[in-house]
Design a protein around this ligand. Sequence first.
Ligand SMILES: O=C(O)c1cccc(C(=O)CC[C@H]2O[C@@H](n3cnc4c(=O)[nH]cnc43)[C@H](O)[C@@H]2O)c1
Length: 236
Amino acid sequence: MLLILAATPLETNLLRQTMTNTEHLSCGSIKIIAGELEGQQVLLCHGGIGQVNMALQLTRILSVHTPLAVFLCGCGGSYPDSGLRVGDLALADVEIFGDLGVVTTDTFIPLSHLNIPQDKQLAPAIKQSIPLDPELCRWAQLSLEEVACGPFVSVNCCSGTPAASLDLQLRTKGICENMEGAAAAQVCSEFNIPLLELRGISNPTGTRDPEQWDVVRGSAAAQSAILKLLQRWPDR
Ligand SMILES: O=C(O)c1cccc(C(=O)CC[C@H]2O[C@@H](n3cnc4c(=O)[nH]cnc43)[C@H](O)[C@@H]2O)c1
């Protein structure tokens, strides 16, 4: 069984319409839809917007269910030099906690670069970035015709100005910004479950001009790619 996850129901419309033999389950306060998609047994659910929502809900689900892999999908913002446009598809090879650190007058210091004493016996280590399963990522890249693969950046504070967007791009070399991926990557790594993250571009980062945003188009691109991957998923 595979777990398909998105932040919001808007990002799973197409998948939910395509699902067959559905059954509604609950896991605490989370609603899970169990069913079939492209011949695969799947669970589909929504983690909510933001890293805390996603970490909490995914932890709840993985405490009860053990999927072969988690497919995280949704929309995201493209960084200026990524070459990505609205409707394009992006695949994460690593997830970076983009705003975990300290803003000073002239720079940003990642939390991992501060000399914070750590005792890994007593507390979890600081993680600034989390690589996603390389085998799954490579398989997805080969299975999809047009997809840009690169670092994704998860933020609590989105890049709403050109300066913020450029700064994050330069610091992280990221191609796509979002608000949940790094949290999902950390939870999946804790549970030893491979994560694949695919996002359709809904907007360029650095602007809040509604003319340049299309969440429906971005979300549709990611969902179409998920359906394609399910058709090609090898029986394991
Ligand atoms: O109104 C704004 O300025 C604004 C800025 C960033 C995101 C939003 C959203 O309503 C979408 C949040 C949702 O979509 C993902 N997402 C899409 N584009 C971006 C982005 O440029 N930066 C960060 N997250 C983005 C995100 O994963 C959320 O789930 C509104």
